[in-house]
Design a protein around this ligand. Structure first.
Ligand SMILES: Cc1cc2nc3c(=O)[nH]c(=O)nc-3n(C[C@H](O)[C@H](O)[C@H](O)COP(=O)(O)O)c2cc1C
Length: 335
């Protein structure tokens, strides 16, 4: 059996398989099952900034009945009650989670501006979280806000949070930056110990009969892994931070690819929602079989084998290979 141990955010993990922030982490019993099925760590569902804001404003427990009195931007959170009950209960749950399992428990804060974040980051630390993942979710819809301003906002937020806690902080990013490598470096400069690539944006759909914008959250497929592999492969060795892949990890092969790109951990949400928590045990067993069959003694041995720093072939990861891909596609059509 191969040694699956890895390190992430300064924590020692028995496996690179990590449960990504999702509703499955809402039950203590599920966390125990995840540990038993081989998870190296779990990232809890997020505490949303809107809930932090409401708690700060003294709205906690009040907003369900007085939804219409809330500012427009905060009304949607009434509908989130099933998923997450509020800031106070998040902290209580985190405390219980830490006592329920012995694998690291990473808390998650989700939002885009900093008022209230540093206080909650400290409370999350006090409640026992081993690390904190910041999911910065900002859709730049205002025409007067520039890309540079958005980037600065991310950097400031990360700096404020990292300076206010001692636990390691990872930043979960979207792929939509003009200069990803530069952004990654700035976030690490602001104190991020790890980057989680990439967030999957919730994409509303259109109901063309009822003329309505409808919520839609599809589970991922393995094909979504590619953009993550490419960026982790490009960043590994270039920045002084740990890397996690989230998005499209479904099988042991996906985990091997993530490791070969240079990720410290591969996170899963959709695969577990679709196949159940025990899918972790299958992926873990398959990973062992794969490593054994190629005579790798450990997961650490494959880590970074296909990173840019190792292969030194930037064309394969960058634009130059695009032409070859197009030529191949044309060749296939002509055949
Ligand atoms: C139903 C559902 C709920 C999610 N909730 C959160 C959340 O609260 N916080 C967060 O950072 N990510 C959340 N995510 C995103 C996942 O953590 C993950 O990054 C994303 O689904 C991509 O990974 P996957 O391909 O394994 O699903 C959620 C995903 C799903 C499917």
């Amino acid at each position: 059996m191969a040694d699956l141990e890895t390190s992430y955010l300064g924590l020692s993990l028995k496996s690179p398989l990590v449960v990504s922030s999702c509703p499955l982490t809402y039950e203590l019993d599920n966390l125990r099952r995840m540990e038993a099925a081989g998870a190296g760590a779990v990232v809890l569902y997020s505490l949303f900034e809107e809930q932090v804001e409401l708690a700060e404003m003294g709205f906690s427990g009040y907003y369900q009945q007085h939804r219409d009195e809330l500012p427009e931007a905060l009304r949607h959170i009434a509908a989130m009650k099933e998923y997450n009950q509020g800031a106070g209960s998040y902290l209580a749950y985190l405390y219980q989670a830490k006592h329920a399992v012995s694998i690291p428990v990473i808390a998650s804060l989700n939002g885009y501006y900093s008022s209230g974040w540093t206080r909650y980051a400290r409370l999350i630390e006090a409640a026992g979280a081993d690390a904190l993942e910041l999911n910065i979710y900002y859709l730049a819809t205002k025409p007067h806000i520039s890309g540079a301003e958005v980037e600065q906002m991310y950097v400031d937020l990360v700096r404020e949070v990292t300076q206010s806690v001692r636990i390691p902080v990872a930043v979960k990013l979207s792929p939509y930056f003009s200069a990803m490598s530069n952004m990654a470096r700035r976030l690490v400069g602001a104190g991020a110990h790890g980057l989680v690539l990439f967030n999957r944006f919730y994409q509303p759909d259109f109901d063309i009969v009822n003329r309505a914008v409808v919520p839609s959250l599809d589970l991922s497929a393995s094909s979504e892994l590619r953009i993550r592999l490419r960026w982790v492969a490009l960043l590994a060795g270039q920045i002084d931070a740990d890397l996690a892949i989230t998005g499209g990890v479904h099988t042991a092969e996906d985990v091997v690819k993530s490791l070969m790109a240079g990720a410290n951990v591969a996170m899963m949400a959709s695969a577990l929602i679709k196949n159940g928590i025990d899918h972790l045990a299958k992926v873990s067993a398959d990973l062992n079989t794969w490593l054994d069959s190629y005579a790798y003694a450990s997961a650490a041995e494959v880590r970074g084998l296909l990173s840019h720093a190792q292969i030194g072939d930037s064309a394969a990861l960058e634009r130059a290979n695009y032409l070859n891909v197009l030529r191949t596609a044309r060749g296939n059509q002509e055949a």
